[in-house]
Design a binder for this molecule. Structure first.
Ligand SMILES: Cc1cc2nc3c(=O)[nH]c(=O)nc-3n(C[C@H](O)[C@H](O)[C@H](O)COP(=O)(O)OP(=O)(O)OC[C@H]3O[C@@H](n4cnc5c(N)ncnc54)[C@H](O)[C@@H]3O)c2cc1C
Length: 429
């Protein structure tokens, strides 16, 4: 039996993969609902997302869409929609093709010429900060207006607090980037592409709801894991308020703070390292506005002194009737989330109006946290957990939805191999 702690996307997709392979498992989820940070709902009849606004329709997600019968619910975003950055007082389009960098008004001519020298600069160095790396490669303006907000925005982090070897480096390695960031854009593939961004008629939660429905016999909601301890016959005893479950392997998919608490007795050193990981606080403000804006949305240049980090234009992205989702705070302005809801809503609408020229009203204010993937991730170097405990979490490997699905799939393969080895050795005894 495999015990999966957490019924977010990672835990549910791992359960689905194990069920497909016939491996016995149970998912223990603390909350009354499955899905973790993926949460969709309606206010005034309008669909809002409190977690991810979209996902790339990668092969693993597409497979789930077909297996779970969700084909009719998928909404694909128009890949030609522009993405903007708010810089030097106006919204400016981010070029979508390699040679497009030559045009547009996002960068000054001086900055474009400087950026051309990127090809001559050295590749990533593991110990430098992401900010130093991007400034060294591209120059300050492309860093502050494009690369910094786009990359840091994924984690609500400040790239000056992120270290290449701990975050961007592994991503570049996976993309096959050794030295030049621009060359792959200029040669071969000319567009910054990849699978289309998608959502679902009833929001991103459609996927986790469907995964839960397909696997509900193995999922126990309202079952927080408090601690684990060694059990009988080399098993682990997983303690919850209502019961103790004996398992051969435990997979922790829960946030770092919960994982650290659960590991405290059996792996105090690892628990301490995991507890030191930093999460960025973000305010998520859903706005309603009547506009003619067409695009994915915008990020805010690092040069600007605003609380808003970026805004997703759900209205034009997925035809969501005047809905805009603003993210405020993060590493740049963590104090914003401490304000009262009314004040956060006021800041969001004022900045939205200043940037887009359109008035807006607040639909909802919420607070979330995101793994920062900053310097504090150095604590995970050389991390060791006892045999039979596995980590598969958004703080442990790539946090995006494609990354979560890929890890669940890899882990299901490994656990299946191990389960067969265990049953072979039982038979041979
Ligand atoms: C605001 C936001 C926006 C995002 N936007 C995007 C995006 O646009 N595109 C994209 O690809 N990705 C995005 N992501 C990332 C992606 O959505 C997440 O990394 C992914 O959904 C995390 O899933 P998970 O199952 O690993 O973790 P979680 O969703 O955190 O699930 C962990 C589960 O563990 C449970 N748990 C906690 N403690 C215990 C306990 N003691 N016992 C049992 N269960 C416990 C929790 O209740 C939770 O359900 C975003 C994330 C956030 C927060």
């Amino acid at each position: 039996m495999i015990g999966i702690v957490g019924g977010g996307l990672t835990g549910l997709s791992l359960a689905h993969e194990l069920a497909r392979r016939g491996v016995d498992h149970v998912v223990l989820e603390a909350d009354v609902r499955p899905g973790g940070v993926i949460r969709s709902g309606r206010i005034e009849g309008r669909l809002l997302e409190w977690g991810p606004q979209r996902a790339r329709l990668v092969a693993s997600l597409d497979r789930y869409v077909r297996e779970l019968g969700l084909e009719g619910d998928v909404i694909l975003a128009d890949p030609d929609l522009p993405l903007y950055v708010y810089a030097a007082g106006k919204l400016r389009e981010v070029p979508s093709s390699g040679w497009g960098w030559l045009g547009g008004d996002l960068l000054t001519w001086g900055a474009k010429v400087r950026m051309a020298f990127e090809i001559l600069t050295a590749g990533p160095r593991p110990e430098e900060t992401v900010a130093d790396f991007l400034v060294r490669k591209l120059g300050r303006q492309p860093y502050e207006r494009i690369a910094g907000p786009l990359y840091g925005g994924l984690y609500a982090s400040d790239p000056a607090d992120m270290v290449v070897g701990l975050s961007l480096g592994p991503v570049l390695r996976e993309l096959g980037v050794k030295r030049s960031l621009l060359l792959p854009l200029l040669v071969g593939r000319s567009r910054i592409d990849g699978p289309a961004a998608c959502s679902f008629t009833h929001g991103m939660q459609t996927v986790t709801d469907a995964l839960y429905e397909a696997n509900r016999d193995a999922v126990r909601l309202s079952t927080p894991v408090e601690r684990i301890r060694p059990g009988e016959r080399r098993r682990w005893a997983v303690e919850t308020p209502a019961e103790t479950v004996e398992v051969e392997e435990i997979v922790l998919t829960c946030p770092a703070e919960a994982a650290a608490r659960i590991l405290a007795d059996v792996a105090p050193h690892a628990a301490g390292a995991i507890a030191s990981l930093h999460y960025n606080p973000l305010a998520v403000v859903h706005l309603h506005a009547d506009t003619d804006l067409e695009g994915f949305g915008y990020q805010v240049s690092l040069e600007e002194d605003l609380a808003t980090r970026g805004v997703t234009w759900n209205d034009s992205l997925f035809d969501r009737d005047g809905v805009y989702t603003a993210y405020l705070g993060g590493a740049k302005r963590p104090g914003v989330v401490e304000e009262l809801d009314d004040r956060i809503g006021e800041i969001a609408t004022q900045e939205f109006e200043r940037i887009t020229g359109h008035g807006a009203r607040v639909l909802a204010v919420a607070r979330v946290t995101m793994p920062a993937w900053d310097r504090s991730w150095a604590a995970l170097k050389g991390l060791e957990v006892p045999r039979g405990i596995r980590l598969a979490a958004s703080w442990e490997s790539r946090p995006g939805i494609p990354g979560r699905l890929a890890q669940a799939n890899r882990l299901a393969e490994a656990l299946t191999r191990q389960a067969s080895a265990r049953s072979r050795s039982r038979w041979s005894r």
